[in-house]
Design a protein around this ligand. Structure first.
Ligand code: AKG
Length: 250
């Protein structure tokens, strides 16, 4: 475990194979299907559709489900998985809160997600969160795995001023000149395996050029000693997952 934490500090990410058992993966997949197909109540405002897909709740139309742990106890249970928290504890220390989570659906034909750093979107300081990205399907280069630039978490947060058109909305991305693409590496995973990446690590995911889906559940963790730096009245109530809360912190 100490070696994993050292590797994480050095490269900004690690991979832990087969961390989540097949039953838990199957259960999460089924839950994702039920939310996606509209069989379970879930706020429509938190669903994102693939550009060009019909805005109709159906597994193959969805690009993202935002914040499932806030609305569905199964995802909060997953965020509390002891084997995951044991890895997170090595990275963040023993007081751990859940920042948020997202399911990246990447259906066949699903588009890329361009280079970014998660902390450019999070209103949390220090910018030192960790994401556990669980493969719900086998993840390959062809179906749109994550790509990362090792060590880039030590370069600070880059300019994200470039507008990136995601069909019906505009996202942001890092300009090409700030990227050393020759250093990028793919993270391929079997279902049930996880990567853990630092919130300042530059990463992207490719398009899905296959005929099968590539779902990933990203759970973002932070130290309970972190600070919220957004508008004070908008601070969410972040669940404590392990250890103790800190006065005056998130
Ligand atoms: O899974 C993807 O397609 C993108 C994931 C990502 O950007 C993240 O986990 O921060």
């Amino acid at each position: 475990m100490a070696e994993l934490a050292r590797e994480y500090r050095e490269r900004g990410y690690i991979v832990v194979d087969n961390l989540i058992g097949p039953e838990q993966v199957a259960d999460l997949r089924e839950r994702v299907r039920q939310i996606a197909d509209g069989e379970l109540p879930f706020p429509e405002a938190l669903i994102e559709y693939e550009p060009g897909a019909e805005k109709q709740r159906e597994l193959s139309n969805l690009r993202k489900i935002n914040g499932p742990a806030t609305h569905d106890a199964r995802f909060l249970d997953h965020a509390r998985t002891p084997a995951v928290l044991d890895v997170v504890e090595q990275i963040l220390g023993s007081d751990i809160k859940l920042f948020s989570d997202q399911v990246f659906m990447k259906p066949p034909g699903g588009i890329e997600k361009t280079y970014h750093q998660d902390s450019a979107y999070f209103h949390i300081e220090p910018a030192d969160l960790v994401t556990c990205w669980l493969a719900l399907d086998d993840v390959t280069i062809e179906n749109g795995c994550l790509w990362v630039i090792p060590g880039s978490h030590r370069e600070g947060i880059k300019d994200h001023s470039l507008a990136w058109d995601v069909g019906y909305r505009t996202d942001k991305t890092v300009p090409e000149e700030a990227l050393n693409r020759s250093a990028e590496v793919p993270i391929t995973l079997s279902a049930g395996s996880c990567s853990f990446h630092h919130s300042v690590l530059l990463h992207r995911s490719g398009p899905n050029t296959t005929t099968t889906r590539r779902r990933g559940l990203a759970t973002h963790y932070m130290s309970a000693a972190s600070r919220w730096v957004g508008e004070p009245e908008q601070k969410p109530d972040y669940p404590l997952l392990r250890g103790r809360a800190h006065t005056g912190a998130v």
